[in-house]
Design a protein around this ligand. Sequence first.
Ligand code: SF4
Ligand code: SF4
Length: 428
Amino acid sequence: MLKVHESKELQHQLPSEKLRLPKKLYLPLSQHTGRPSKACVSIGKEVEEASTIALEDGLISARLHAPQKGKITAIENYWHPVLKRAPAIALECAPEEKRYQIEKDLQHYSKDEILEMIKNSGIVGMGGAAFPSQVKLKPPQKVDTLIINGCECEPYLACDYRLMVENLDEIFKGIEIVCRLINPKEVIFAIEDNKISIKKKLNHIRSLKKFNIPKLGIAVLKTAYPQGGEKQLIFTLTKRRVKGDELPFEVGCLVHNVATCFAIYEAVYLDKPLIERMVTCAGDALCAPKNIWVKIGTTLKELFDEKILEFKIEPKKIIAGGPMMGIGLNHLEYPILKGSGGFLFLTKDVTELEEGPCIRCARCVDECPMQLTPLEYVKRIKKEEYAVLDKFNINDCIECGSCAYVCPAKIPLVHYIKIGKNYMPKKK
Ligand code: SF4
Ligand code: SF4
């Protein structure tokens, strides 16, 4: 694994701030793995905060809610950080906010009722993949190990860390709910050793025994990239390998990010659907980095218009996510999605560097956490030999970007790998 420059120290220290209520929100129907949700409101409809505005479509899909009271003004294509343009619901917001204060007593609810609450709240994995949580929480075979992912290994990002500092009890209430649903033999809470203050809090919580969680282990892993990748984390902690197209339950594991556990707590205890999240905004083009609670659908532009964020220098590169796995954005009109952990505003664009010839130094092979041979992919993909890629296990690639990071020839290896995965013949 890689030792990358973390650039997190400042963001780790910054308490989260709450954004003033947004004026307009753009809510893409596709902000999760699976089929886009289907709008169930029409233009002109007045909606209350937390009311459903789009329903899940099929098993792997997620519901969408109005993050604020307001009026639907459009359902049309809008900017999307991953898909570039995709159908979205536009909401003109009223300056009012709902309060969610009363915690339910969960004793009277069955597992199925709790699972239904999670499904109805549109919860998806908030570590990036945005897989619908209700599907993960009903695995088709027994899961013995629940891993709570508090690693947050992408440089710059600190929102998971701040959530652990500020809301650890609520995260544990979410973990308790997950345990009730899947009944694991053990829970491993994993953090990196750059979050040592959290270790003390975790030990304290464990000693109090106030949560109904079986065998709680605390794993403090070396700060390295991509320590927090799902497959990587499972292998590091259990030595079980999740191959190419397999899912973690197939090796008896379930991984949930800390922010997802917090969202599960809010959904089940407070009846609050997934309508806001914390994001880290950082980078040397900003006057100051921030950890901000934002309503889903808020555009980056609104954060600057409202002076929540300010540029010191015009950025050369804007990234949705971290520098290793994030996606480049070309303007500020993009909305924040359920899976958005952060945005970077940088004065240098490293992708402008010119690609040189492969010098067969094998650094990409040495650094690949999945023991793959990225240089072979590039060679084959350039020759359009897509059928052979399967032999080199290209589907085991988690697109972590470590190979491209160390490549002295500046070959955009992940870009080639994505092309290869897309064009290789599909298995029947
Ligand atoms: S790191 Fe880059 S230059 Fe070195 S072998 Fe891999 S692809 Fe080639
Ligand atoms: S080949 Fe894939 S898994 Fe290996 S380092 Fe490159 S991006 Fe990461």
